[in-house]
Design a protein around this ligand. Structure first.
Ligand SMILES: [Zn+2]
Length: 74
């Protein structure tokens, strides 16, 4: 797994695609259990994305929640 790869959990990958579509920045850092993060540039808040979430659909919901909070900023 390297930088630029899609998330291996398709639920999470789909949520990351929605985040990008909403204008947020998705950064793949790789390494360990951290896959990367979703960043809202205007208010500089980020949410870390796990590469090995225990519950992928819940991880996807958290990302969707972040997108809902910040889609108005982007
Ligand atoms: Zn924001």
């Amino acid at each position: 797994m390297g930088i630029g790869d899609p998330h291996q959990k398709k639920d999470v990958e789909a949520a990351l695609k929605r985040a990008e579509a909403a204008g947020l920045k998705v950064t793949r850092t790789g390494g360990g259990h951290k896959w990367g993060y979703v960043l809202c540039c205007p208010c500089n808040q980020r949410r870390t994305v796990s590469s090995t979430p225990q519950n992928p659909s819940e991880e996807a919901r958290y990302i969707d929640g972040f997108v809902r909070q910040h889609r108005a900023c982007a």
